[in-house]
Design a protein around this ligand. Structure first.
Ligand SMILES: *[C@@H]1O[C@H](CO)[C@@H](O)[C@H](O)[C@H]1NC(C)=O
Ligand SMILES: *[C@@H]1O[C@H](CO)[C@@H](O)[C@H](O)[C@H]1NC(C)=O
Ligand SMILES: *[C@@H]1O[C@H](CO)[C@@H](O)[C@H](O)[C@H]1NC(C)=O
Ligand SMILES: *[C@@H]1O[C@H](CO)[C@@H](O)[C@H](O)[C@H]1NC(C)=O
Ligand SMILES: *[C@@H]1O[C@H](CO)[C@@H](O)[C@H](O)[C@H]1NC(C)=O
Ligand SMILES: *[C@@H]1O[C@H](CO)[C@@H](O)[C@H](O)[C@H]1NC(C)=O
Length: 390
């Protein structure tokens, strides 16, 4: 029965054709359920310089951009506004989106010459259900971070954004400002002063059905309560983080058990995305002194503050810019102030990408910052004076 097939035998040819057909169909299916693009297809027509990394070069950011159904156009606009060939981008749509929307986003990314040339934009085909106030949010963020560790080799910082965010400076500004920052620092807004949250959040037990449901589902409360933990100290703060690669690696595949224990504890805590990374970094010997209390985001809160920050508009333009923050939120779709940011700050013209030196000379290893960089540099040097958790 078993017999070696010679390369030129007809049976061999048929087998090759069949396996090639099977491979093709898998390649096709895969591109719709896993990641786009499957391979880095670097066009030789373009004059593409290779990515150089290390302390002598600007850093590399790995962005996770999350959205839901009906937000493709916003995500595409945000992507163009934060795009730089050095960086890596993972777009993920949650279970509030349809299969068609995810496919459409994947096709869009595949079809954009710049993304194809540099092979640094990915769309997560696998969908996660989320409750924006439950622990499924942390799970989906960690999922994105894990995929970024695998798909992109050389990044320095992980930044999470949502489709309701927008940058307040060019990527050249951001890359330039972070160039001299030690690459192992984490920017996590935090406090150990839990205040009203202690019994309103951490003593209550919630169940997040999005962890076991195919649809986005709202969490519910258990009738029992529990004690505030004494095995570790809880820290809480902004869910908008900038994490070093070493910290993300610790979260995903650390040999210390704290990341896993906390993940399981926070499964039943409401708004755990405002406490997981805070509590982990501030209870870990290796990371507590590499934690900087800042998030570089601009928000405006109502008085008294609601659950979400206010929608920003033209009236907040000056305040946004003078804050020195790198990103702001939240905006309604096509808010006119975004056009003003595009025009005056991001200089989004050719091909609708934010201005970058790479656009002019094709060199992706040097940047040219504008006036916005000064405020961010000052802010960074101010906040990095104080390391460690408070
Ligand atoms: C693909 O890109 C080309 C050129 O930029 C454009 O004309 C075309 O409409 C795009 N197709 C899709 C499906 O987006
Ligand atoms: C990360 O980004 C998403 C944006 O959709 C946000 O909702 C979430 O709370 C963020 N933070 C964490 C720690 O998951
Ligand atoms: C963190 O820094 C403080 C102050 O410099 C120091 O006392 C402490 O030992 C450091 N902790 C760790 C775990 O390195
Ligand atoms: C802009 O936002 C503020 C709240 O921050 C609101 O009071 C004002 O009405 C808004 N203006 C417009 C034109 O929407
Ligand atoms: C550039 O942006 C404008 C306005 O947002 C849009 O109408 C146009 O289609 C965009 N062009 C390209 C090439 O993406
Ligand atoms: C193309 O690349 C070469 C070598 O890196 C460089 O010298 C040249 O200036 C580049 N040309 C353009 C138009 O970017």
């Amino acid at each position: 029965m078993l017999q070696l097939l010679r390369r030129n035998s007809p049976i061999f040819t048929i087998i090759v054709i069949i396996s090639f057909a099977i491979f093709l169909s898998f390649a096709f299916i895969n591109s719709y359920i896993t990641l786009w693009p499957q391979n880095y297809s670097v066009s030789t027509k373009e004059n593409i310089s290779t990515l150089k990394v290390g302390p002598m070069y600007p850093p590399v950011f790995a962005y996770l951009v999350s959205g839901t159904g009906g937000e493709n156009r916003r995500i595409i606009r945000l992507l163009h506004s934060i795009y730089h060939p050095r960086n890596c981008y993972l777009l993920q749509l949650d279970a509030g989106s349809t299969e068609e929307e995810r496919t459409e986003l994947g096709k869009y990314v595949k079809n954009e010459t710049m993304f194809r040339n540099y092979g640094n934009v990915f769309v997560l085909g696998k969908v996660n259900a989320v409750d924006r106030s439950g622990s499924s949010m942390v799970a989906t963020t960690l999922h994105g971070a894990a995929v970024l560790l695998k798909t992109c080799m050389n990044w320095d910082w992980f930044i999470n954004l949502s489709s309701l965010d927008y940058p307040l400076m060019t990527q050249d500004d951001l890359l330039d400002a972070f160039m001299s920052v030690p690459r192992d620092l984490n920017f996590i807004d935090h406090t150990s002063d839990l205040g009203w949250k202690e019994d309103a959040r951490f003593d209550k037990i919630i169940v997040d059905p999005s962890l076991y449901s195919n649809q986005n589902a709202k969490h519910f409360l258990a009738t029992e309560t529990r004690m505030t933990p004494d095995a570790f100290k809880i820290f809480t703060g902004s869910p908008w983080v900038i994490l070093s690669k070493s910290f993300v690696e610790e979260c995903i595949r650390g040999t210390d058990n704290l990341p896993r224990k906390l993940l399981m504890y926070f499964t039943n805590v409401a708004y755990s995305m405002e406490a997981y990374f805070q509590t982990l970094s501030c209870n870990s010997k290796d990371f507590m002194n590499k934690t900087i209390n800042a998030d570089f985001r601009f928000f405006m809160w109502d008085n008294p503050p609601g659950l979400d920050p206010l929608f920003l508009n033209e009236s907040n333009f000056d305040k946004m810019l003078s804050s020195g923050a790198a990103f702001s939120r939240r905006f309604v779709e096509n808010e006119p102030v975004l056009d003003r940011l595009d025009k005056e700050i991001l200089k989004r013209i050719s091909g609708n990408f934010t201005y970058g030196k790479w656009h002019e000379n094709g060199d992706i290893n040097s940047v040219e910052s504008g006036p916005m960089v000064l405020k961010l540099r000052r802010l960074i040097s101010e906040v990095t004076q104080r390391r460690g958790c408070i």
